[in-house]
Design a binder for this molecule. Sequence first.
Ligand code: 5GP
Length: 186
Amino acid sequence: MAAALISFSLLRNYTTTGRIVAGVRTSRGLCAHRSSINFLTPNRSPRYLCRASATHDEEAAAKAAAINADNGAPTIFDKIISKEIPSTIVYEDDKVLAFKDINPEAPVHVLVIPKFRDGLTQLGKAEQRHGEILGQLLYAARIVAEKEGILEGFRVVINNGPSACQSVYHLHLHVLGGRQMHWPPG
Ligand code: 5GP
């Protein structure tokens, strides 16, 4: 029986790295696809250097993005919500928009965002009043997984803050699947 297990790694990851990862799995491991995972591999090929550089760039960009995180300015996602910037929409209702990530890290990589940011630049800004929309976002992630045909195994990630390489300060869930995930994430 392929009973899905919800990974309870949410809090563990958040408290240690600021990155929140939740997974649904049918068998053993989950793992992330961030390039920094290569630091864990014993045999460092020339590819390792490229990956190290990409990780450095990603970290620098994340630090820069965090500087203006709470200035109230619109983000790229506001333009996607208003359809000013085109995106491939997977699911939409009056509160939530889900669209394909422009730079996918897996065969299925969809971002789920609240249409009204309401102070939720990142999960770390959540207050009790956000409980309803946070639940709606998670439920929308499940709808996305079903629509994309990955309901039997997928991962939901929230990058929170510069140490987790958050680059857009409008709360978003990454829904990833369509390939074997591994664990631990990078
Ligand atoms: P973060 O790094 O903040 O967790 O994730 C932001 C995500 O937004 C990245 O995965 C990035 O590829 C995605 N992204 C950034 N700009 C655009 C865009 O204009 N369109 C789409 N569809 N995705 C974007």
